[in-house]
Ligand binder design. Structure first.
Ligand code: GH3
Ligand code: MG
Ligand code: MG
Ligand code: MG
Length: 312
C-alpha cells in the first residue's frame, strides 16, 4: 500500500463511469488509499458534481451514454477550476484515435481497462501530488505579485506598481492623443507630526490618508499610490486639467475633514495636504517622468503659497 501525505489523503476523487461495478471497484481501491470519493454515473452528473464539490482529480470513463467522456472532458475545461483539475481517462479504447482525442480534449493521462490496479493507484497519487504542488506554487506567486506591488503600511499601490502603470498609460494616451493627469500630494509638517505624536501615530495617520485618497477615486483606470514616505500620487488617464483639479480639491478637503489633530502645524489645527496637479497630452517617444517633474513643481508652489491647497 502506498502511503499518502495528509493533504493527499483529504483529496477528493470524482469517479465517473456508467457501470456501477467499475465505480464500486474504483471506490474500494481508492478508499483504501485514504481518498474521499464521490461518484457520477454519466457525463451530465459529473459536470454538476464537479461544480458543486471541486474535486482534486477526475477519473473519467470514455464511453458513456448521452454526454460521453470526451465531451464531458471538453465541457469540464470551461468550468471554474476545470483547467486546474487533472482528468484521468479510464477506458477500454486503445486505438490511436481515441488516445489522441482524450489528450486533445484536455485529459492529463490515460489508463486502459482492464485496470491494472497498482499502476492506477500510482498515477492517481502522482497526479494529485503534482497538482497540489502546482496550486501551492500559483498561490505563492499570486502573493508574491501582491507583495511587490502593494505598499505594506497603507495597502495601496506602491511606487513600483505606480510607475509601471504610468508608463503603460502614458503610452496608451500618446497613441490615443488624450490628456493624462497626475496628482502629487505631500503631508504638511509631517516631521513635526511624528515629533509630536510619535512615529506609530504617524504611521496610522498615513494609513488613514491613504484610505481617504483611495476612497475618493472612482474610475477603474485611476490609480492611487504611496509614492514616497509621506507622499501620495494619483494617475488619471484620459482626464483633462479641470477634472484633475476638481479631484485634487476633493482629496484636499476630504483629508482636512478627517480632522486628525496636528497642534504643531503652522497652517491648521489638523493634518493637511499640499497638492500639485499636472496635465499633458503625451507626445510620442516622450517620457512620463516629464509630467512628474511638472506636478512636483506645482506641489512646491502649493507649499510656498501656504500649504493646505491645490496648485495646477
Ligand atoms: P512639509 O510641509 O514641507 O512637507 O514638511 P514635512 O515635515 O512634511 O517635510 P519633510 O520632508 O521634512 O518630512 C517628511 C517626514 O515624513 C519625515 C519622515 O520622518 C516622515 N515619514 C516618512 N515616511 C514615514 C513613515 O512611513 N512613517 C512615519 N511615521 N513617518 C514617515
Ligand atoms: Mg462506459
Ligand atoms: Mg515630503
Ligand atoms: Mg511633507
Amino acid at each position: 500500500m502506498i502511503t499518502n501525505t495528509p493533504s493527499e489523503c483529504q483529496a477528493l476523487v470524482l469517479i465517473v463511469d456508467d457501470e456501477p461495478f467499475i465505480r464500486k471497484q474504483l471506490r474500494l481501491s481508492l478508499e483504501r488509499e485514504g481518498y474521499r470519493i464521490v461518484e457520477a454515473q454519466d457525463g451530465r452528473e459529473a459536470l454538476v458534481v464537479f461544480q458543486q464539490l471541486h474535486p482534486d482529480i477526475v477519473l473519467l470513463d470514455a464511453i458513456m451514454p448521452d454526454i460521453d467522456g470526451f465531451e464531458c472532458c471538453t465541457q469540464l475545461q470551461s468550468l471554474e477550476g476545470g483547467q486546474h483539475t487533472p482528468v484521468l481517462m479510464i477506458t477500454g479504447l486503445e486505438d490511436q484515435e481515441s488516445v489522441d482525442r482524450a489528450f486533445a480534449v484536455g485529459a492529463i493521462d490515460y489508463v486502459t481497462k482492464p485496470i491494472h490496479w497498482p499502476v492506477l493507484r500510482q498515477r492517481v497519487r502522482r497526479l494529485i501530488e503534482q497538482f497540489q504542488t502546482q496550486q501551492k506554487l500559483e498561490a505563492a506567486n499570486r502573493e508574491l505579485q501582491r507583495l511587490v506591488t502593494i505598499d505594506g503600511l497603507t495597502q495601496i499601490a506602491n511606487r513600483r506598481r505606480f510607475e509601471e502603470y504610468c508608463i503603460q498609460e502614458w503610452q496608451r494616451m500618446a497613441r490615443e492623443q488624450l490628456p493624462l493627469s497626475l496628482i502629487l500630494c505631500d503631508v504638511d509638517f509631517f516631521k513635526s507630526y511624528n515629533d509630536t505624536y510619535g512615529h506609530q501615530a504617524g504611521d496610522r495617520c498615513l494609513q488613514e490618508i491613504a484610505k481617504a485618497i483611495q476612497n475618493t477615486i472612482k474610475r477603474p483606470a485611476d490609480l492611487a499610490a504611496r509614492y514616497g514616505g509621506e507622499e501620495f500620487a494619483v494617475i488619471l488617464p484620459a482626464t483633462a486639467a479641470e477634472g484633475a483639479i476638481f479631484l485634487a480639491e476633493t482629496i484636499c478637503s476630504v483629508v482636512r475633514t478627517l480632522a486628525i489633530p496636528h497642534r504643531k502645524s503652522l497652517v491648521s489645527s489638523y493634518v493637511t495636504l499640499s497638492i500639485g496637479v499636472a496635465t499633458e497630452i503625451p507626445q510620442p517617444n516622450s517620457d512620463f517622468q516629464t509630467i512628474i517633474v511638472v506636478a512636483d513643481r506645482a506641489l512646491y508652489e502649493a507649499k510656498t503659497a501656504g500649504r493646505d491647497r491645490v496648485k495646477p
